[in-house]
Design a protein. Sequence first.
Length: 236
Amino acid sequence: MPKESAEVLNYMKDEVLKGKKIFYPLKTASNGRPVAGLFFFRGNPDAPFAIICPGGGFQYVGAIHEGFPIAKFLAGKGINAFVIVYRDGSAQAACDDLAQGVDFIFDHAKELQVSTKNYSLWGRSAGARMAAYLGSYGATEFGGKTKQRPSAVIMEYTGHSDISGSEPATYAVVGDQDGIASPWTMEQRIKRLKAQGTPAEFRLIRGMPHGFGLGTGTPAEGWAQEALDFWLKNSK
């Protein structure tokens, strides 16, 4: 939605004009250009943090429409939200960058004024697979050093089916008109998680296709608040 995207970009511009740092590079190319990094949307000091992983099929990173709006929503609720811009090309590279992002936040928690307790990973489409992989296997499986797992993974429209047997609480949402991520695949994964004793919730939204983001002005509107409530309820 162009209006939603423009509003969040203007919000970010205003934060910079106020002298706030909003981008933290994680990796740089030989010419010094960042190829992976975190955009920071500040919530309340010492509140928990969430990392949002935008989709893009590992071919591009759709941060403007699938990352920044949800981060702004969470920041408005007092949550410290980070949007990761990761390297495209493969799930492995993307997950490695996400693991490095988790490490960065843990290493700089005092400076960033965020709590490292009960953090969550949010993702849509390919980004949801990233969040799920780190939730299932931990950052250490992708070159990171942080052993603490997220307390919740929030997944939006993805066909991810892999499980390790030790997943955190998981919330999944998908539209019944999604031609890319099978609603059946998502529902079956949630059923498997419930069978192993993992708190899990599945929401199917009628009439919605792939890529609805926050779903503002559609039948999907409100799912993000439900997901936030689910995360906070399952924080240990």
